[in-house]
Design a protein around this ligand. Structure first.
Ligand SMILES: Cc1ncc(C[n+]2csc(CCOP(=O)(O)OP(=O)(O)O)c2C)c(N)n1
Ligand SMILES: [Mg+2]
Length: 510
């Protein structure tokens, strides 16, 4: 067995059986080893940002790492934006990056670059494999590091792939999670029992278990339930409590958080302003609000919340939560609100909603209470081009569940090659492109900040001359497509798309 096969077999033994790959010559021994390790599902991505975004979506939905395969520094560089989003989501990912053998590097061949340095800015763990014989231990350590909720990058020189390897290492033992501290629980109980208290939920607090416990806590204490602005994964829909999402606009967030006396953080960080603004504080929690940390984002927050509900002797809420009434959308032109209403009226149970709507982002959460249970994934790190690839990973992690990618037309262009993988793998992904022919968020930000906005400035925010032909793009990548302009035609197209197996793209003209 050579190092490449040892790499794949170690990953399989640890339960990592999906690899989103864009290989080159330095990874060819691993590519060849795929023929001998059929348990590894290799998914071809036609750009590295597709591979890394897919691994992010996979990690969020599967709760375990996927591998990516990339080609030296330049290829890794192409994958960085979505690794940045994955880092913010605390998604488990193991990047396998091929490199030249160490004896070849001093000659400075064309593709040589400082991969270690590039990897360090988005990875919590980086290592270069020293020899084929240590490959199995290195892969095991990378998977263990990723499983704690971080991006791990393993740089794999080509000679370590083709040389003879050792036997497989023992699998890593899972680290025990921290137990719940009774003093921390007591402080949280006291804080939440007071007037004007808020419980800010993030991480696994947003799982079904976490949310049910949070609802019990809110019923017992009358505290407000808040949700971080960009959750990596949020369970939503009928039977789950509705949450107040911390607004993106800093003045609105400050008004919400400033109205509290006590804020308890359960798996969420202290909210900060997305961008700096003159005369606006960076932290969105005013100093007068007492802040208490109940659990960190990487803790078992759902377990901690259950312990807190017990400590409060909060009754079990059972099925007390009723669904919000469904508002049937009237026919008319497409708006963000009408698009959300149509999706809510049709979406099947178990939908995975990938939100890269940018200026329309978060809109679907406003109607979530009327929907059958679904999972919501947001753009955690603000780097555009995440929605279409993330949908790939979610679809592969959850066969049998429908995925809806809700994406801005500008954002969708960054990783448009994802559509080829949607078609090639025949994934059940319905993509709704919000075709507003602009970077609308930038226009809104300019207006909000009252920046003078002339024709030359506006030209950098408009996607016109030519308009982007999504119908032609989707067809070129082998994805069936519809183009709609009204609520009724959108409803019709979405219904049909959700019924048919495989991918579909809907160009929603706004
Ligand atoms: C990697 C990256 N490049 C650029 C940006 C800046 N940016 C943020 S949103 C945006 C445009 C989004 O346009 P679109 O997806 O059409 O959404 P809309 O604003 O129209 O709602 C850009 C260019 C970014 N956040 N990340
Ligand atoms: Mg747009």
């Amino acid at each position: 067995m050579n190092g490449a096969e040892s790499l794949l077999r170690t990953a399989i033994a640890a339960g990592a059986n999906v690899c989103f790959a864009n290989p080159g010559t330095t990874e060819l021994p691993i590519v060849a080893a795929l023929d001998r390790v059929p348990e590894m599902r290799a998914v071809l991505a036609l750009f590295e940002g597709v591979a890394t975004g897919a691994a992010d979506g996979y990690g969020r939905m599967a709760g375990k790492p996927a591998l990516t395969m990339m080609h030296l520094g330049p290829s890794f560089g192409n994958g960085i934006a979505n690794l940045h989003n994955a880092r913010r989501a605390r998604s488990p990912i193991v990047n396998i990056v091929g490199d030249h053998p160490s004896w070849h590097l001093p000659f400075d061949p064309p593709l040589a670059a400082n991969i270690y340095q590039l990897a360090s800015c988005v990875s919590g763990w980086v290592r270069t494999v020293a020899s084929a014989s240590t490959m199995t231990c290195d892969v095991r350590d990378a998977l263990a590091a990723a499983s704690s909720g971080q991006v791990a990058t393993l740089i794999v020189p080509a000679d370590c792939q083709w040389n003879e390897a050792a036997g497989l290492a023992e699998p890593a033992r899972a680290e025990a999670k921290r137990t719940v501290d009774s003093i921390v629980l007591e402080r949280a109980c006291n804080a939440l029992r007071q007037r004007a208290a808020g419980l800010l939920l993030g991480g696994r607090a947003l799982s079904v278990r976490g949310l049910r416990a949070a609802h019990r806590i809110a019923t017992a204490t009358k505290c407000r339930l808040l949700c971080e602005t960009f959750p990596a994964r949020l369970e939503c829909g009928q039977g789950l409590p509705s949450l107040e999402r911390v607004p993106y606009v800093p003045t609105l967030a400050l008004a919400l958080l400033g109205s509290l006396k006590n804020l308890v953080l359960a798996g969420a960080e202290v909210p900060v302003s997305f961008f700096a603004e003159p005369d606006v504080a960076s932290s969105l929690v005013p100093a007068a609000v007492a802040t208490h940390v109940l659990a960190a984002p990487t803790d078992d927050v759902d377990t901690v919340l259950e312990a807190l509900a017990e400590a409060l002797r909060a009754p079990n809420a059972g099925d007390a939560l009723r669904a919000a009434p469904l508002v049937k959308p009237a026919d008319g032109p497409l708006t963000v609100a009408s698009i959300s209403a149509v999706i809510a009226s049709i979406q099947p149970e178990g939908l995975v909603f990938v939100d890269e709507g940018v200026s329309a982002g978060g809109a679907h959460l406003r109607v979530a209470g009327s929907c059958p249970p679904f999972t919501y994934l947001s753009l955690t790190g603000g780097a555009t081009g995440q929605g279409l690839p993330c949908a790939i990973g979610a679809a592969i992690a959850c066969p049998g569940r429908r995925v809806l990618a809700f994406v801005g037309d500008g954002s969708a262009m960054y990783t448009v090659q994802s559509l080829w993988t949607h078609a090639h793998e025949q994934l059940d992904i319905t993509t709704v492109v919000l075709s507003n022919h602009s970077y609308k968020i930038l226009q809104s930000e300019m207006t909000r900040k009252m920046v003078a906005f002339g024709a030359r400035a506006k030209a950098l925010t408009e996607l016109v001359d030519p308009r982007i032909g999504w119908t032609e793009i989707a067809r070129a990548f082998g994805v069936p497509v519809s183009r709609v302009e009204t609520t009724a035609s959108f409803s019709h197209a979405l219904q049909a798309a959700l019924m048919e197996p495989g991918p579909h793209l809907i160009q929603a003209e706004m």
